[in-house]
Design a protein around this ligand. Sequence first.
Ligand code: GTQ
Length: 318
Amino acid sequence: MASKSSWGGCNDVSPLWTVLNKMVPPRPNPTSIVTTWPYDSVRPALIESGSTVSAEEAERRVLMLTNPTLGAPYTTDTIYAGLQLILPGETAPAHRHVAFALRFIVEGTDGFTAVDGQKLMMERGDVILTPSWTWHDHGNEGPAPMIWLDGLDLPVYRFLPVNFAENYAHPRFPSELVKGGKSPLKIPWATVQQELDANLEDRSYARYDYRLGGGSDGAHLSRTISAQAERITAGTASETSQETCSFVYHAYEGEGYSTVIAPGGEEEQVIKWKARDTFSVPAWSSISHTCTLQSGQAYLFAINDRPMVESLGLMRRN
Ligand code: GTQ
């Protein structure tokens, strides 16, 4: 049972005036902190999990990226992320849940996600969507481990406890390979990079917001979480931005660092990254990305909570 509160001889009441500043703070006040998951550290652990537990047994063989202040399922206050491994020949059995999931493919070839009968092959940099309540299973028909970043809206269900799941009666939901590989549920990296690289000479920085249907006026990838990609030219930095969104960043290509000032903190944190590293950025952080390559471009992918922040009328930016 929860601890009892009382005041003035009355049970189950508590004085607001002792906590008002915490409940109604002078600025956005996320609990999560900037955290980094260098791929060089996570990958060996993930590979080790491959010899400890099978994908079938684990159902989803994932190392969750847990924010140290909050634990699972929080990577930021609103976003869950994890790195999932499927070894050659394995299947992660079919299930469906209320939670929305997106995946960003990190390594491997000839892996697939089947979503409601559509079998989608996955390549590095692809984003694959699993909308709420769609049957999905994963498999690896290639010769090497398949690893991807899962992004889900699981923290939402801590205050809206309506997420639930169902297992399919068989490991795989019947699916057919999608002809030509094109599906509204798959956004290949090439289309994203093409957008980011438009006017490469004139713009040292570009941001692409993933939207359903690919255009700039489509809906966000879900009603809770979505994604963006950013390009930074060698030797340059992006302008500093501050939004009431939180982010799980994942470096796709290149090298650089991000400077982050979390809300309320004076201190600037410098996060060094290279391809395949992941880091979390709490809401209302000031953030700027620098590419330290001698030439070329760095590309960052990020899961964000923009849809819910916008739809609730909570979007603020500097
Ligand atoms: O692939 O369905 O990382 O349900 C966490 C929960 C992945 C999934 C996760 C999930 C999934």
